[in-house]
Design a protein around this ligand. Structure first.
Ligand code: OGA
Ligand code: MN
Length: 325
């Protein structure tokens, strides 16, 4: 598909995801920028090979997409960010000495939750729209480390009719906390962490994706329960929907190929996960992410828009979020 003389769009999957070519990130006109947003609205995930972006230009480009989230609220207890801008989330596996984190380290255990299907920031009162993830240093080829995506708009469309009607009629609310995905990711390490004690961010389970006008299933490994139903029903619903939305036919695996490769995804219409591999514990995989605050009508879900995001980061899950998620 060709959108203009300047950029070309190569589909990566029958229903979503595209590789976009011909964008010169050192000089993006308003017209090209609008085209990128339009392509994002349709495809949900865009891959830009060898973008040439560095830390500063990554942050600057991201700011054109909206107000950026930052890591300041995690920088308590003397923690210092490794990266030079507060807007950069450290999504890689690099330890303080510049090596790959040890598999038995706290960081590695906190990171395991990212290998579960999720959307970024559903555990925050104000959710995220776009995430922009950029490669800085990659493991040697054939050591894994892909990022996988799932098409949650198509998954909604394809739900069995009775379940779809149930969701539409009940207007279910999902209650999210990052503690939930950390515990699921490494149950033994987090055996004393009780997600039910955390402050929950409340977001509707089914929402319209404003940029495309299509309905979306807003579900993630951070989702602790569905409000207003029994615990059993809630668990059954979460399991059914997660399983449904992440069937292989709805998923796409993107290989990181070169430093400065950039993937942008829209958390309001796709899920993602880190796909592990033999690089873990052996090779550096340095990925850095900016996260854009949603500015749509559903951005704050049912949460108070004056609520402080710090409330949602307990001591128990503090270290989790310095990473990414
Ligand atoms: C993220 C994330 C996946 C990966 O940065 O939000 O989930 O493959 N990353 O590192
Ligand atoms: Mn993530």
């Amino acid at each position: 598909m060709t959108t203009s003389k300047a950029i070309t769009v190569q589909k990566l999957h029958p229903t979503f995801g595209a590789e976009v070519r011909g964008v010169d990130f050192s000089n993006i006109s308003d017209e090209i920028f609008s085209e990128i947003l339009a392509v994002m609205a349709v495809h949900g995930v865009c891959v830009f090979r060898s973008s040439g972006l560095d830390d500063l230009s990554h942050v600057e480009f991201s700011k054109r997409m909206g107000e950026l989230d930052d890591v300041k609220r995690y920088m308590t207890q003397g923690r210092k960010p490794r990266l030079p801008y507060f807007e950069l989330f450290d999504a890689g596996n690099v330890d303080d000495k510049g090596n790959a984190v040890a598999p038995d380290s706290a960081r590695a255990h906190f990171g395991k939750g990212n290998a579960l299907w999720h959307v970024d920031s559903s555990f925050n009162p104000r959710r995220a729209s776009f995430s922009l993830l950029r490669a800085v240093q990659l493991p040697p080829p054939n050591n894994g480390g892909n990022t996988d995506f799932a098409d949650s708009r198509r998954a909604f469309d394809d739900l069995p009719e009775n379940l779809k009607q149930e969701l539409l009629e009940n207007n279910y609310v999902g209650a999210h906390t990052i503690a939930q995905s950390r515990k699921l990711g490494s149950p033994e390490y987090f055996k004393d962490l009780d997600p039910s004690k955390e402050k929950m961010a409340r977001h509707y389970l089914v929402q319209k994706h404003e940029p495309s006008g299509r309905m979306n299933l807003y579900i993630a490994a951070h989702c602790h329960h569905i409000e207003g139903v029994s615990a059993d029903k809630s668990q059954e619903l979460i399991d059914t929907l997660m399983k449904h939305a992440t069937q292989e036919k709805y998923t796409l695996s993107v290989e990181w190929q070169n430093p400065t490769d950039l993937i942008i995804w829209d958390n309001r219409c796709v899920l993602h996960r880190a796909n592990g591999g033999t690089f873990e514990g052996r090779y550096v995989r340095d990925l850095r992410r900016t996260t854009v605050h949603d500015d749509g009508p559903m951005a704050w879900g049912l949460n108070n828009s004056t609520s402080d995001r710090e409330d949602y980061v307990s001591k128990a899950n503090l270290a989790a979020a310095t990473n990414s998620s």
